[in-house]
Structures are given as C-alpha cells and as structure tokens.
Design a binder for this molecule. Sequence first.
Ligand code: F6R
Length: 691
Amino acid sequence: MCGIVAHVGSRDCVPILLEGLAQLEYRGYDSAGLAVVSRSGGLRVHKAKSRVAGLGSNLPARFKGGPGIGHTRWATHGEPNDINAHPHVVGPVAVVHNGIIENADELRAKLIAEGAEFTSETDSEVLAHLIARASGYLPAPDAAADGTTRQASAVANDGTGQGGLEGQDDGTGQAGGEGQDDGTGQATRAGKRGGAGMARVARTGSTGKPAHADSVADNLDGRGDLEEAVRRALTSVVGTYGIAVLDARRPDRVVAARNGSPVVLGIGEREMFVASDAAALVRHTRRVVYLDDGEVALVRADGFETATLDGGLTAKTPSTITWTSEAFDKGEYTHFMRKEIAEQPEVVARTLSGRLEPRFQTTHLGGIELAARELLDIHRVKILGCGSAYIAGAIGAHLIEQLARLPAHAEPASEFRYRNPVIERDTLYIAVSQSGETFDTLAAVQEVKRKGGRVLGIVNVVGSTIARECARGIYLHAGPEIAVVSTKTFTCTAVAFALLAIHLGRIRDLSTADGGRLLAALAALPEQIAGIIGREAEIAALAERLAGSEHAYFVGRSAGYAVAMEGALKLKEVSYLHAEAYSAAELKHGPLALISPETPTMAVIPRDELYEKNVSTIEEIRARRGPVFAVTHPGEMPAAIDAAFAVPKSEPELDPILLNIPLQLLAYHVALKKGCDIDKPRNLAKSVTVE
Ligand code: F6R
C-alpha cells in the first residue's frame, strides 16, 4: 500500500524523507517521489518508477530544502510509471495521497471543463487541482507561478489517542506500556488558527482568472490559508484519503488530512513529521498523534493544530510509541519473515506477560473492560478479520467454543460488512487485525457499532484505527511486523484467543483443573516454539521435496483445518506455489479428482480423537499415488506417509498453535529455494487500507 512521509523543520528534509520512505517499503509499492520547497522558495519534485534507493541515488544536483513530502505508490488508478507516481503538482501546490477518490472521474471532467490540464491517470491528481484552486491558484497557459518552479509535466523529474484497547497498563506493569499518553492529558496545540503567525495565503500564484460560476472551485476565492483550502477542496471529495500537502508559497507548513487512510503526526524538537505509518517516524520521535477521520492538521516546526472539515478545532492527546528503532531492522537475518518467525518465543511470552492468573486458574485481560456479569450475558461470539487474521480467528472460534462452550464463528470481515448483517445484543463481536488499519475489518467494526453491537479488538499496532475504534480489547505486543506476510502476529493472535477463551470459560463451566492445565500449557509455549525453530534443517529438507511442485493440498480437520488454511496461504503468498486448503473430510467430495503423483498433500494430523480419521484420509490420497507429508505429534507414523515433522505435544486445545510453526518455516524455505522476494511478495501489500 502507499506510504506518506513529510517533514517540517529547519533541517534539509530530503534525507529524512528518503529514510522514512525506506522504512515504509515493507508495505509494498511500485514507485516513489519527493517534493520539497527549495532554499530559494521554489518547488522541486523528483519522482520515478523505482525503489526508494534508486530515487535517492538519482537525485538532481542540489536537491534539498524543506519542508517536504514523500510518497511510495501502490498503483490503483493508472499503471505504475513516472508520471503516475506522487507527488502530484499543480503550480505551487504538491500533494501525496493514499486511498481512493471515488468521484475522481466526475471531478476530473469538471476541472477539465474549467481549463485544468491533467498529466497523470491517477485519481490523486484531482486533489492537487482542487487544493491549488481552493488556495487561489489558477494556472495561466504558460506563466509560472511566482516563486515556484513550474512543472513542464508531472514526469519532469525535478526540472524542475490514542486510546484503544488497553489504553492503560493491563495490570502487568509491562504489557500495556505502549500508547499511553504523555502524562499531560492535554491536547498539544500550536498557535491559534487565524492568529499571529498564521498569515493568510498570499495570492502569488493566482492569475486572477475568474472561477466559473458552476465551478468545482465554486467560491474558492483564495482568501483562505492552505489548511482552509485543503478543507474546502475536500468537501467535494468522495472516497478515502490520507494526504500531505505542500505549498511553495507557505514554506513554514505542511497540511495533512485523513479519511479512512491512516495519518500520524510525529512531534520532534522544533520539527514535526507526518506519516502514514509510525514506522517512518520512530527513528526521530516517539511522541505521536493519530488523526481521526475527517480531521485536517496544520503542521509547522513548532507544533500542530487539528480541525474538522468544517473548521472546528479538535483536541488531540499525544501517545508514546514504545517500539524501538532496532525492531525495524533485520539484524542478523536475511529476511524479516525469518526474523519474525525466530522472534516467536519472545513475542508469545510478551503476549502472555502478566495475563496468567495462577491464583484463580484463569487469565487477566485488563483491556477488555467487560465485567464478569457482562461477559455472562454473552451467548455467541462472532470473529471478523481478513486473510491470516481471519484464519487466526477461526482458531479462536474453536478455542472459545471448546473452552467457554459458546457458539463462536469466524467470518471474513470483507464478506460480513456487505451482507447487511444482523447484529445481536448478546453477541460479542471481535475484530482481529495486525495493522489495525485493514479497511474491510474497520468497516465491519463500524457496521457493528452503528447497529449497537459490542465489539472488542485483538490488534497488534497500538493506537491504530481499529484499536481506537474498538476502544477495548487485547493488544498482542508482538512488536512491528515488517514482512508482508504475517507469522508472529498470527501466533500471538491465536495465543490471545486462548487467553480470552480461558477467561470466558472460567466464568462459565471451565473447571479450575482445566484452567490450571491450560495455563501451564500456555506458559510452556515459548520454549516449545523455540524447540521447533531449532529444528529448521528438517523443515528445509521437506521444503526441498515440495519446491518442485506446481500445486499442493493442505488438509486438516476441525482446528487442524484452520492450520491447513494458514499453511496454504503462507505457501502461496511467499513462494507462488499454488496451494489449496481443504477440510480433510471434504476431500472425497471433489478435490480427490486432482490428486496425482505430481500433487503433494500436506496433512495436519495431531494425535487427537480425529487421528484415525485423518489416517483414513491419507490412505485415500496414497491410493491415488499422491505424495503425503505431515505435521503431527511424536509417535509411530502411518506407513503411507512420505515424510513427517513431529511437533511437541501441548494440550489438545493449544496444539494448533504449535502445528502451524513448521508450516511457516516450510513456506519460507520453499520461497528461498525458488528465489522469491520473500519479504515483499508480488502484488501484495502489508496493510490493505483500500476496499
Ligand atoms: C497473510 C497476511 C494478510 C493479512 C490481512 C489482514 O500473511 O498478512 O492476509 O493477514 O491482510 O491484515 P491485518 O491483520 O493487518 O488486518
């Protein structure tokens, strides 16, 4: 997905922007660009279909200055090329945009009718025209705006509150440290709108051309300030946006706005940052402010001010990010995916930290903010998420049903939100998201809330939109996940569900003996996971045998089916090997037709009450000469299996968590063998903030 970074301060912003964009690379992108106000006061733009490193090494001479904005683009409207890359520039105004403008075609037609000239195929360029016009700039056919470097074309490279979930410590004194306010409880403001130091926009760029009476720039007479122009322009926009706007006539500020696409402000020492993801800021500051939908921020070196689209000032409380900048580095590893798999013993321990209550054989979850009495009123659980988050939810549903004896079901948030769902008073809705920014999951949360439902979040990124929208829930504390595919956060989510299921179970029928049994098993998980990761060579050997295949099946039953789903998803994402997950019992209802010596099956077969049934499925596959590999538990292997990896036994309810770990390593090693771009698989983005 696209990334934004911006800086206002006395330093040359170019290295800051390039470094920030490099931190956002993990999100996936196809082109990148920068716009800065040069020391002489002109706007300089450099953008290309290239990696961030390439952008930096090809900078034109003396490309420096500030303030500045930067962008990594993930194409939605128009192919990835130099012209469609951001920033988009109209006269003195440059804009970077994340999201999708739904009425872009309509606005573009109106703007063209008024004489605007478009250079790109993007929806985003509409914003640059609208804001430039709203600020009083109407381009003359040939004249450059005073004090600006006129772009020959957009391709002309330079030629020119937090809140949310556990807002407070969860009682452990450890886990809930992230995202606490700075202790002041005060909104941070800079200046007063319209007051001293907030000079109105001088109409240096205006040619004095009259706006058309029915213009989209209707009444935009340029009397406002840049932030006022942004607000006015955005009122005609339908869609989602996170934007940063630069105006060469206002070299003391950047204006940012958000609707459905994250924007975070970073508070530095006499400098300010703007980004779409805190990863781009964390090397410079830990004090951040998250914009809410419909907010516009005026950002200057000495602070910021936020307002709604209609101009009403809003109060913001800064949060503190506790993730260290080292957490964003690969360290000794060649890939983030491998690093994040290896981190699992440590991060699972963090998810568990302070949440096991051996005294009452239960768990302590300070952030769910629901008293036992309220939890007793819950008669059903509905879990919503996308991709791996949804699959972790399927494991969660199984845990809740087994341990709390509540009907529980996971559904892709993207399906749920479009089917006018019935929201029930006695259902607990749980939104699962690593990033806390996935658009479909956020929309599902909003739909539940709009209809009066009760929703809690299981989220990794503190202060993220879904975390704030849910306002209660469980943070994973897994640290930043940089690889596009999720591994450690999948495991931590399943662990968080185990904590919740025990909690719900212990206020119902789960006995103290069962509570104690599960608590001991949870505490043992980090060491067991470390043991599995330590046997990586065995899994690499298995990967060797799978890597030559074009297709593979993953099968399992009950929670083992969810493990098979996640194993297949991971393999196809990183290695591009076509992998399909099926319930083992369903195989004979169709897919068996495709089993052949060329189509291996990876079977998830824990030693549980379904073991014999799984062995029968293996026999069916072997009878069709299909190779079978298995993740299972120690013990005698069925004769028909070609190769197996045995994971240590946990308690049956928690076995799926361990059975998944070798499948992560399997996907990694198949991808490694095939020479794939493991951390940034083709066509994928880390957080999907568009519909
Ligand atoms: C799979 C993967 C995706 C995400 C999905 C939801 O490896 O990473 O399927 O799980 O896009 O993302 P979050 O959890 O950020 O909502």
